[in-house]
Design a protein around this ligand. Sequence first.
Ligand SMILES: Cc1cc2nc3c(=O)[nH]c(=O)nc-3n(C[C@H](O)[C@H](O)[C@H](O)COP(=O)(O)O)c2cc1C
Ligand SMILES: [Fe+2]
Ligand SMILES: [Fe+2]
Length: 408
Amino acid sequence: MHIKPVVDDIYRLSVNIEDTNYLFEGIWPIPHGISINGYLIKAEKNVLIDLTQDIFSFPQEFVQQMGGVALDIEDIDILVVNHMEPDHSGWLREFCKRNSKAVIYCTKKAVPLLNAFAGVPAERAIAISDGMILEVGDYQLQFFDTPNIHWPETMMTYERKRKILFSCDAFGSYGSIDENAIFDDQVSSEKHAFFEQEALRYYANIVATFSPFVLKGLEKLSGLEVKVICPSHGIIWRENPAVIINHYQRYAEYCKGPAEREVTVVWSSMYGNTKQVLNLVIETLRKRDIPVHVFQVPGDEIGYILASAWKSAGLIFGMPTYEYKMFPPMAHVIDELQVKKVTNKKVFRFGSYGWSGGAQKDFENKTEKSGWDKLGYYEWQGAPTDQDKAAIQQELHTYCDALIEFTS
Ligand SMILES: Cc1cc2nc3c(=O)[nH]c(=O)nc-3n(C[C@H](O)[C@H](O)[C@H](O)COP(=O)(O)O)c2cc1C
Ligand SMILES: [Fe+2]
Ligand SMILES: [Fe+2]
């Protein structure tokens, strides 16, 4: 990858994680990769905004790209650390060893993290105050505290003259970037649709828990005129930054509900008795014109289930009883949905049991504080009979009525 000009003497440095086996944050599959972007301002003092992770040969690649505008590590005077997560700060320890002069601008909360993560002493840092402006030649950098998007110490940097927002993880997306299509206006409509999916999955996996803070952050930034968004993952938005702002606004608002009139069905079955009603569930929802997204566990990745569940106003779980509890892989999904604060959903459950059941009680206990409106459930012993199927269909129609009303 080469260094790419953004506006005037502002450049993008970027690498893609291409290893399809790599799990982002150690958990999320990225079969289509992810970019990690930093930004360089070549001015009377050279500024670097966000670094990269110290995996593969990413630091060397950043250095090589900086060489494209005849700069090296030692030439950087100011380092802006918007966020201390190691995908952006992994290189910090080495960087500071090789450059002893650069002053680091970060939030107050990031200062102790500089030391904890990278052994960088507090004396090297200037803790910003919210809205503070740093003049560098013709560039005016303004720093905004944006706590909990998605770590407590996060901030964003705004170049006032050119109205460019360096938003770090906010407005980011999964997906590797083709070096010939780094701007929104260079990306095909198919690729935009792909990035929209990947932005939702990225949001649900990484940011969703902090949605109330995203809403606060968006409110705070709404007074700024933003012509270009330079995120730390994903494409640069210069033609129409409102597209990604609106996506993020919508994703964040899903936390208050209702999300979209769609249902995410997650199911598991050991011997096929629970599975026997799956098609009936799907068909009933489709007959009511409700889009359905179906996932099986174990098998389907939690990262994908989260994205779908985040966007769906309805959740339906199908699982049998296992040792007096829910089938364990489903219990994991239920837990993870609550960790990610997937809330304000209309919920239904179905499943088979062998002797005295237990999954339903376990489900109710485990979802007590979920904020889910549990509209009903249907359980049967062994294989479902025709009466069971008729009854479940009736229950589902009642569920659909409530979902339609909720999303109207
Ligand atoms: C390992 C295992 C544990 C089970 N534990 C229970 C249980 O605690 N209570 C119960 O009522 N049935 C229990 N069952 C019976 C299943 O719930 C029953 O076979 C059910 O029909 C399975 O649905 P499925 O075919 O969709 O997997 C257990 C079955 C297995 C294989
Ligand atoms: Fe992050
Ligand atoms: Fe990140």
